[in-house]
Design a protein around this ligand. Sequence first.
Ligand code: NDP
Ligand code: 2IT
Length: 444
Amino acid sequence: MTYVERVLADLKANNPNEPEFHQAATEILTTLAPVIEKHPEYEKAGLLERFVEPERVIMFRVPWVDDSGAVRVNKGYRVQFNSALGPYKGGLRFHPSVNLSIIKFLGLEQILKNSLTGLPIGGGKGGANFDPKGKSDGEIMRFCQSFMTELYRHIGQDTDVPAGDIGVGGREIGYLFGQYKKIRDEHVGVLTGRGLSYGGSLARTEATGYGLVYITEEALKVRGDSFKGKTVVISGSGNVAIYACQKVQQLGGNVVAMYDSNGYIYDPNGINLDVVRDIKEVRRARIKEYADIVKGSSYTDGCSGIWSLKCDIALPCATQNEIDKFSAETLVKNGVKYVSEGANMPCNLEAIDVFQKAGVVFLPAKAANAGGVAVSALEMAQSSQRVFWTFEEVDSKLKGIMVNIYHASEDSAKEYGYDGNYVMGANIAGFKKVADAMMAQGIV
Ligand code: NDP
Ligand code: 2IT
């Protein structure tokens, strides 16, 4: 058994019933094998055993009172995975599916993603199995206050800096920040994705979606191509999906489909993003309404059918494991040329294999969606200096970071003889820096 195989087997045995964590760890560790083989000192230092074990896992009760006066209790989590490069950094997810396995897979991914940005941030992730759907503003506020009443003692601007993820957007960050400030009596950059009036950065809202499109644009550019005239399918209709759609449209691509967790809309004339934003951002309603409003469009119940639509570029931007082997094969049969992951781990391991064998340019999440956390780190920099940069400044830094990530991933893959394999390239490029920092800091 090799070192990598042993660590992976132990991880599965020691963390049973955590399928998403196993999946992310399998992808990462197997692709790191060539690096590990070159560095026998890593095994001596127990580097991989330490890398896959979170530095700290916090689990807590989140009690709150709903509008009818009933007491509700949810499970809260914060996994502080790795602080070798900087303070723990990563989002909070509020969704009924949240459990320890999901937070650990997200935290592990976050370490390498954050490393790829080139900025000084470690990896963490958190959340709760709370379902924000159908809750009043008052319920959301009380939940966020209760969540922060425990979390505040574990975080800080130089310790751990959470942000948004699924179900946590500007509204939730505002309530979380307000409660942190009240308890700690300090107005600091302890959360990112803050509103512009209280310390947030311009372009953070757009950053993940725009960054996804910038890195994909770079992949097109080096192949002498562009978004112009391309048919694009985007899954999801939340923060990442909406701003990916906006940027694709600005670059001349035709986005023909999007979905929410109930079903998908198809609009061959090109998605009218104003209508989507009004439904999803303003009214927090269902995307189904789009088909009643926009002539020539249709709605279909269920999500996976979206991958049977013919497209040149697929941008999965909703959640993990949206694309399985069958959906990947269908996309390939229909001529997809580029797949970039806006969501975290939206393609399962079999799907990635299908894309890579078919010669599809596949950009993995930790490279492709790093724009969000990158601009979060820029927000931290602005907070520390007590200054604000312009939208153009932040956007151009974001673009530079995404282009760098593309080339770092490409170059690392090439260096190890896996040209064009961006999964290997991103994992290796991200890991090397974390490994260096961990080796330098001793057995901690
Ligand atoms: P949002 O909550 O804004 O939007 C999530 C979207 O995905 C919604 O359209 C939602 O549908 C849909 N969705 C969620 N869960 C499911 C599911 N189980 N099945 C089908 N659809 C689902 O989240 P974000 O846009 O912020 O996040 C989307 C993805 O991007 C996540 O994987 C997240 O981890 C990742 N990401 C986010 C970053 C950020 O900065 N926000 C940064 C990097 C990655 P519905 O409206 O019905 O709930
Ligand atoms: O998955 C992610 O990178 C995020 N949800 C963003 C994290 C952050 O700290 O901005």
